[in-house]
Design a protein around this ligand. Structure first.
Ligand SMILES: Nc1ncnc2c1ncn2[C@@H]1O[C@H](COP(=O)(O)OP(=O)(O)OP(=O)(O)O)[C@@H](O)[C@H]1O
Length: 603
């Protein structure tokens, strides 16, 4: 790649491109195009962006011989020390020779930008597959578990010459496993957290040679932080690296795929034993996810020893009725899918004191990404609940949710509109997991979130004096569908559940009046004002449910926009409105009941 293109390399954190400023979005698009063009100039064909993560983003291209290559770049926005890890990743990948791991081709550096080149794994990553399919079938899970077990064994038995030199992957999770359903080929990608193991499964130091033992500081860890949603307690707490880390990644992965979640934290409320898996398999996974190290390790040993036998069990698909959504959602088929972003009210009540504060001094980009806001001092079930809300936003869906935990019950109000009929079943699994996790939360309180289409977000730029720059006032769009009127509902103020000093924006009275007027018209929707020094963003969606009121409705939306330009304060404020008639009541439930795969599936 030319120096010029590398020099300008710029990719933002994973946020919807539609929420970036016009300038940043343009820069981002230009960059992707420059990278694609440069890879094409280097002779690769059909170059496309195939993935991105916290550390990098990944292109694929076809080499002259027809071989499929992958090019991984680190994000230019990361610290140089973090970006330098791509070279370590390249080195570790080059050390692995396993049919389930993409072959290493080269590492190249142009100026400060490294590019890791490797073979393209066939298929799609399991996070994507899980989002499309919902809960994976027991047979697929058992099959995957056996393959992963075989890779784990290969990694821990790896030798350097005569001596044992086990390798830890360190970041096993669904998005790092690529699966081709047709050929049943699995690949484990992303070796960015990989290291040589310092201790073996029994906790004994591994020393490949005597010099290593003498020179290395055997008390401190060489471990890298994997994804905090999937790594086990030891990796999280900075223990020395061990093949046990990957057992944890495998258990988390199987669990997440079995339960249609994007993390390991829900296992207390939705144990593997409740997911219709074969009894032995479910118990091993629950054992591996246990809080008790002895149980965990024993289950890990059992998994390695017995997975081949467990995989021999005949597991035909059993025709179960498709799960019903615990809360209703509408489905519409639309060609322009929303780019969904979720915005949630303060998560304060989900916080729990973390007395150990064990992660405070771990300096890691990914830790920062996940822990900055709230995860740090939040209980496991609360983490899982929040992760499940984020998972909902991975679907093309707009709407709002409000969870109200009271003494005996959980009340859920919702208004969700899914824009792709094919995803109905998978979305049902995701929604049901969210509800089950909410049932498992014991504190009393309120949590609300809006899911909106970032493509619709209105951005009004401000000049240096703070005045808005526009030629014509933008319009708030809405859809209309007639639904029999229910009783008048009240609007939810977005931050109703407590003042947030960082986010509270004082809205002009006129806007609030309009919102209250709007409330008298049967509709559902949300509007969030995000006022920054250089621009104002208005995130929203509106769905009018009483077509006869359209004139009044659109007049009020126009009025809101007119008063918007008098917003001078900074911060966030918003409202959402959900139809009350959809309120559902659920019992609180700390653990879902046991459900195994039938002993006799033919019956
Ligand atoms: N060799 C490969 N073949 C096919 N797809 C790949 C390959 N490597 C990566 N990908 C795809 O690109 C995505 C991102 O890659 P990767 O996980 O390596 O990036 P990352 O920035 O390290 O991500 P993370 O946030 O998980 O650490 C993967 O989820 C996968 O879908």
């Amino acid at each position: 790649m030319s120096k010029q293109s590398i020099h300008n390399f710029y990719i933002n954190e994973q946020q919807s491109i539609y929420l970036l400023s016009h300038h940043d979005a343009k820069k981002h698009r230009q960059w992707l195009n420059i990278c694609k063009k440069q890879l094409s100039l280097l002779g690769y064909q059909d170059v496309e962006l195939i993935g991105s993560g916290a550390f990098g983003f990944v292109f694929a291209g076809v080499e002259d011989s027809g071989a499929q290559w992958v090019f991984k770049f680190s994000r230019i926005t990361l610290a140089q020390s973090v970006r330098d890890r791509l070279e370590d990743e390249a080195y570790m990948l080059s050390q692995i020779n396993n049919p389930m791991v993409p072959e290493f081709f080269a590492f190249e550096r142009v100026k400060k930008q490294g590019i890791l080149m490797m073979a393209r794994a066939k298929g799609e990553d399991l996070e994507q597959i899980s989002l499309k399919q919902g809960r994976l079938k027991p047979r697929d899970l058992v099959n995957l578990a056996l393959k992963l077990r075989n890779v784990l064994l290969d990694l821990r038995e790896r030798k350097n010459g005569m001596s044992l030199q086990p390798v830890v992957h360190g970041d096993i999770k669904p998005s790092n496993i690529v699966w081709d359903q047709q050929s049943d080929a699995f690949s484990l990608v992303d070796w960015g957290s990989s290291v040589y193991a310092q201790i073996d499964v029994h906790g004994e130091p591994v020393a490949s040679n005597i010099m290593d033992l003498m020179s290395s500081d055997i008390a401190s860890t060489n471990a890298r932080m994997g994804d905090v949603y999937f790594i086990g307690d030891e990796q999280m707490s900075g223990a020395r690296s061990s093949p046990r880390f990957d057992e944890q990644g495998v258990a988390s992965t199987i669990y997440a795929l079995a339960s249609a979640q994007s993390c390991r934290f829900g296992a207390q409320v939705i144990p593997a034993a409740s997911l219709g898996l074969p009894i032995e398999f479910a118990r091993v996974i629950d054992g591996m996810l246990s809080k008790d190290k002895v149980t965990r390790d024993a289950a890990g040993d059992y998994f390695i020893r017995n997975m081949p036998a467990m995989a021999k069990v005949y597991l035909p698909d059993i025709s179960l009725p498709q799960a019903k959504p615990y809360i209703p959602f509408w489905t519409v088929q639309q060609s322009d899918l929303p780019d969904t972003v979720v915005y949630s009210s303060r998560k304060q009540f989900l916080r729990r004191a973390d007395h150990n504060q064990q992660l405070l001094d771990v300096n890691d980009a990914q830790l920062d990404r996940y822990y900055k806001e709230f995860l740090f001092d939040t209980g496991d079930t609360e983490k899982a609940f929040l992760a499940s809300i984020s998972r909902l936003a991975k679907y093309p869906v707009v709407g709002g949710l409000s969870f109200h935990w009271q003494q005996e019950s959980l009340f859920v109000e919702s208004s969700l509109m899914l824009h792709d009929e094919d995803l109905q079943d998978a979305f049902t699994d995701a929604v049901n997991a969210t509800v089950m996790l909410a049932q498992g939360i014991e504190q009393k309180g309120l949590f609300k979130c809006c899911l909106f289409d970032a493509r619709q977000t209105i951005q009004l730029e401000r000049d240096e004096t703070g005045a808005y720059i526009f030629e014509q006032l933008p319009e708030l769009q809405y859809s209309v569908s007639h639904v029999a009127a229910s009783e008048v509902t009240r609007p939810h103020s977005y931050f109703e559940d407590g003042k947030d000093p960082d986010e509270q924006l004082q809205l002009p009275k006129k806007i609030i009046q309009c919102v209250f007027e709007l409330n008298k018209i049967h509709h559902t929707g949300c509007i969030i004002f995000e006022s920054l020094s250089d621009r104002l963003k208005i995130h929203y969606y509106y769905r009018l449910l009483d077509a006869e009121q359209e004139a009044a409705f659109s007049a009020l939306l126009r009025e809101i926009i007119q008063y918007t330009v008098s917003i001078q304060d900074y911060g966030v404020a918003g409202f959402m409105k959900l139809p009350y008639k959809n309120t559902r009541e659920f019992e609180l439930c700390t653990t879902q009941h046991v459900q195994y795969y039938p002993k006799n599936p033919k019956r």
